[in-house]
Design a protein around this ligand. Structure first.
Ligand code: PMP
Length: 425
């Protein structure tokens, strides 16, 4: 008899047998309110009928077109349709299967196009688990530890994290100036601009703790990128497709990427990811240097087309903004009743749209992963599925499907309140 390796750490003991909308169901029929959406993937809800129908129909026609062998219709149509939602100018696409692979594709494109070897990433960023993506990932050492050395040529600069740097007396504006001036020092002392192919950044740190970037920071990156001929890669794997209440996370900050990386929300749970860049830039990739057996799978592309229809027709981006505002109001109310005080509590509530994090801290103001995991477990017992994130697992995050209703947000908030009370007393 064989079993799954213990290397796979499952956050709950739930055996999911069915999903519908914002709910997962176990084998006894118990319903769980799913505020994880498969780590921000099932934005249209579990098994949205339009997505199911599109995938079924495509499965009956062609499952695997193999895009290095032949072109197929869902891939062609999806490339055209994505043009409608991508930032203008990013008119050339390349598809793979996962966020990590897309990050690696962006990295390779940047290095081949510039002829430069190095990348600058930002503290707390998460870009994936494959070797190059892990090398750019610093949201927690567990993603980097025990199999190094990692890919050389990655330099790190601070991400403007106001809550973290507040302990050193910095306000948000100072934090941003600090981050950009440290980036200048990195370019002066670690990787010269002429050796630097790209900056890679998330509009909202995801695994690193749900910390939104800001306009001054992204403008500062753009300005330095232009000055030095460095490419700006924006990793929208978690923030894309309406998650933050705008179509792209960087839309909040007037970000202006050279290369955008997308995955998760793209195909409602089918493995599909993509990078997009201007045609002239993409043309600098060495022909044939990227590809893969499964990339741009026909069923995944059909599901992505249905996903785009649902996002547009059901106005999910607007729903993410509205339900997000409702969710944040409720989370802030709970946080106000749990000031850090003498025994620790909730230090911060932050995020954008339906990407909401609550940070737990000790009485000394230090990240409190133990309390966060107790709250997470208490919520799961009550039928509310959540995730943790943050550099020390100190943030409990909510990332529900974008189809969530006002009543379901209220239901989740009521369970959240009970869970916090159960865990903190
Ligand atoms: N980038 C970001 C911003 C992510 O959040 C993730 C996944 N959490 C990845 C890349 C990696 O994606 P995948 O797990 O599909 O490889």
């Amino acid at each position: 008899m064989s079993a799954l390796s213990p290397v796979l750490q499952q956050a709950t003991p739930v055996l999911a047998v069915r999903g519908e909308g914002v709910h997962l169901y176990d084998e006894s029929g118990r319903a769980y309110l799913d505020f994880t959406a498969g780590i921000g993937v099932t934005s249209t809800g579990h098994c949205h009928p339009r997505v199911v129908a599109a995938a079924r129909e495509q499965t009956g026609k062609l499952i695997h077109g193999q895009y290095t062998t032949v072109m197929h219709q869902p891939l062609r149509t999806l490339s055209e349709r994505l043009g409608e939602v991508l930032p203008s100018g990013l008119d050339s696409l390349f598809f793979v299967n996962s966020g990590s692979e897309a990050v690696e594709a962006a990295m390779r494109l940047a290095k081949q196009a510039t002829g430069r070897p190095n990348i600058v990433a930002f503290h707390g960023g998460f870009h994936g688990r494959t070797m190059a993506a892990a090398s750019m990932t610093t949201s927690a050492t567990k993603f980097r530890s025990g199999y190094g050395p990692l890919m050389p040529g990655v330099a790190l600069a601070p991400f403007p994290d106001p809550f973290h740097y507040a302990r050193y007396g910095m306000d948000e504006e100072t934090v941003t100036r600090f981050a950009l001036s440290e980036l200048d020092r990195v370019l002066a002392t670690v990787t010269a601009p002429r050796d630097t192919a790209a900056f890679i950044v998330e509009p909202v740190l995801g695994e690193g703790g749900y910390v939104p970037a800001n306009t001054a920071f992204l403008r500062g990156l753009r300005e330095r990128a232009d000055r030095h001929g460095i490419l700006l890669i924006i990793d929208e794997v978690q923030t894309g497709f309406g998650r933050t209440g705008r179509f792209w996370g960087h839309d909040h900050f007037a970000g202006d990427p050279d290369i955008i990386v997308t995955a998760k929300g793209l195909a409602s749970g089918f493995p599909l990811s993509a990078i997009a860049a201007p045609r002239e830039l993409m043309a600098k990739a060495w022909p044939g240097s990227q590809g893969g057996t499964y990339g741009g799978n026909a069923v995944a592309c059909a599901a992505a087309l249905a996903t785009l229809d649902v996002i547009q027709e059901e106005k999910l981006v607007r729903n993410a903004a509205e339900r997000g505002a409702q969710l944040f109001a409720g989370l802030r109310e709970v946080a106000a009743a749990r000031p850090v005080g003498g025994q620790g509590g909730i230090g911060d509530v932050r995020g954008l749209g339906l990407m909401a994090g609550t940070e737990f801290v000790t009485a000394d103001g230090e990240p409190d992963g133990a309390t966060a995991s107790r709250v997470h477990a208490a919520a799961a017992e009550r039928g509310l599925l959540l995730l943790t994130c943050g550099t020390q697992g100190q943030v409990v995050r909510m990332i529900p499907p974008l189809v969530i209703t006002a009543d379901q947000v209220d239901e989740g908030l009521a369970l959240w309140k009970e869970s916090v009370t159960a865990a903190l007393g």
